[in-house]
Design a protein. Structure first.
Length: 551
């Protein structure tokens, strides 16, 4: 039977993967790992630093407290971060900063902006979160955009450890993992003498640890999107989220708005900018046009051919027309992020920074991110035991990002049969996420699985929770699921010769992401159809990480 062959194949490939360890993606970024999780010699140099961080409060592992990102008595204490940075000599004041906040798109936008500046020849520091395998991914430095070296991080840590110890004691142990890592990033950028730093806010904006940048050091604020994520931590409403994000706007400093937003949400952002005497550049203003003209591929990797035409009259008199831009980050949402980054580049140009149209194009076209609309190559698919399979990795984990993923799949592979492999954190809206993916009509099978979140199981959504939410979503949409296990499907194949695969959506529970992918590949093969098949791993960047570290 098909699944006895699959399970046997899985065990054989498991051993092969450990032995061969194809590590192209992560090695290319200076990140070395293998299937068994063994860390390279370079990463071992960071053991003391990682141990230090792991002894601090880590909200990525434990979850964010209610009201933490709001201007309230329950909010994060920004004074704690200011005291820490003062004890370190305020290194964040030694370079200009672009500060990026937003519910979705801020990581992609930060990457686009950083690569535009690097294309012009600037030395750039970029601080983002989370990471796929090594914490060094969060801090990139220089003209090439590589993760900071373990040697540089360890050297700095040894020099400032006494100051950090004193700060932890002064703050009665309340300094967090994110606060200390942010302080390290700001210091590294100063030591590397970067021309400019692109800083992604962690949570919200107003009370985020990154929001210690003074107006004199801020080149521009960027707010990408506003949607309902981290509701409890950010005040419980879309309006309170907008207020929190607007907290990065500084007096007299321009703000770039991505959007599009609901009218009353945009009004909140514009009113805050007006109160701070901050001129506004909007990527979504009337007269700006961003369109996808088509899709193609180079060496099997797809890109979207796009036009970005901006005409920003009010306050700035800026315009640009970029035609046939080849974006490797796919979907309308990524096109909007690219347009937002282009607005930020034009804003810097207005301030006197040398940024050519060609550098903007080059920066946009060179941007790619691990786990964001990432298609694996044929070699990488084969190393996973899936020769010939088309595999998409995308860390979508909200209703909005699930819709963006679904739309991107419909644009790039409109006729493909689909297998989704989904693992999520426990604090997400699983049912809304499921509704968006189930709206893609050609879903063949769904594998619900589990991964650790930030190295811990505390925030992992259980298989039973995910299954209940997906069944509820299917009932809402009138989607019919088959039996819920491999053995049950085995029996179904015996009775119906596999024909059910084309008639119903199969729902599985599995504790292994890679095993789910391989079974999904066999299901697509068993369809007996010439229609292409696509395996999509989504729901969490931690699920994506488990795949990338097996290559």
């Amino acid at each position: 039977m098909i699944f006895s062959r699959i399970v046997g194949s899985f065990h054989r490939h498991h051993k092969s993967l450990i032995a061969t360890g194809g590590r192209k993606y992560l090695n290319g970024l200076g990140i070395k790992c293998n299937f068994s999780g063994v860390i390279s010699e370079e990463e071992s140099e960071l053991k003391e630093f990682n141990d230090y961080l792991n002894n601090l409060k880590n909200h990525e592992k434990s979850g964010v407290p209610k009201g933490a990102g709001t201007d309230s008595d329950d909010g994060f204490d920004l004074g704690r971060m200011k005291r820490l940075m003062q004890s370190l000599g305020n290194p964040q004041s030694k370079y200009k900063v672009i500060h990026v906040a937003g519910t979705k798109g801020k990581g992609s936008t930060a990457a686009f902006v950083s690569n535009i500046l690097r294309a012009e020849g600037y030395s750039v520091g970029c601080y983002t979160s989370p990471h796929i395998k090594t914490i060094r991914e969060r801090i990139t430095v220089g003209k090439l955009g590589n993760p900071v070296s373990a040697k540089a991080v360890n050297s700095l840590f040894q020099r400032i450890k006494v100051v950090l110890d004193q700060a932890v004691q002064l703050e009665h142990g309340h300094l967090s993992h994110f606060e200390v890592l942010t302080a390290v990033a700001f210091n590294l950028f100063a030591e590397e003498n970067v021309h400019i730093a692109v800083i992604e806010a962690g949570l919200g904006g107003a009370r985020d640890a990154t929001n210690i940048i003074s107006s004199s050091d801020l080149a521009a604020s960027v707010i990408t999107t506003i949607s309902e994520e981290h509701l409890a931590a950010l005040g419980g409403s879309l309006e309170s989220i907008a207020v929190a994000k607007s907290g990065i706007i500084k007096h007299g400093c321009p703000v770039v708005l991505g959007g599009p937003y609901l009218p009353h949400i945009e009004l909140i952002l514009r009113n805050k900018a007006s109160s701070m005497c901050s001129p506004v550049i909007s990527a979504s203003d009337f007269g700006n046009k961003s369109i996808i003209k088509g899709f193609s591929n180079v060496s099997g990797i797809p890109f979207q051919l796009s036009d970005i035409i901006l005409d920003i009259v009010k306050d700035f008199q800026l315009s640009i027309e970029l035609c046939d831009v080849k974006l490797r980050l796919l979907g309308l949402h990524q096109l909007q992020n690219a347009a937002t980054a282009t607005c930020a580049a034009l804003c810097l140009r207005h301030q006197g920074w040398r940024i050519s149209d060609e550098s903007i194009r080059t920066g946009l076209e060179s941007t790619q991110l691990l786990g964001r609309s990432q298609f694996l190559t044929s070699v990488e698919a084969e190393s996973l035991g899936l020769p010939g399979a088309t595999i998409l990795l995308d860390g979508a984990h909200t209703k909005e990002s699930a819709k963006a993923l679904a739309d991107m799949i419909q644009l790039t592979y409109p006729d493909a049969k689909l297998v989704f492999v989904v693992a999520m954190a426990s604090d997400k809206d699983h049912q809304a996420f499921a509704r968006e993916l189930l709206a893609v009509k050609q879903v063949n099978a769904i594998f619900l699985t589990e991964v650790s979140i930030a190295g811990d199981q505390f925030r992992t959504a259980s298989l039973s929770l995910l299954r209940d939410r997906w069944i509820q979503a299917s009932n809402e949409l009138g989607v019919t699921f088959s039996k819920y296990g491999v053995e049950e499907y085995n029996e179904l194949l015996k009775k119906q010769s596999g024909q059910s695969a084309d008639q119903t959506t199969l729902l599985f529970s599995s504790h292994q992401v890679l095993e789910s992918m391989r079974i999904g590949g066999k299901i697509l093969e068993s369809n007996g159809t010439d229609r292409p098949g696509l395996i999509v791993v989504t729901g969490s960047l931690h699920a994506v990480s488990s795949v990338l570290c097996a290559i």
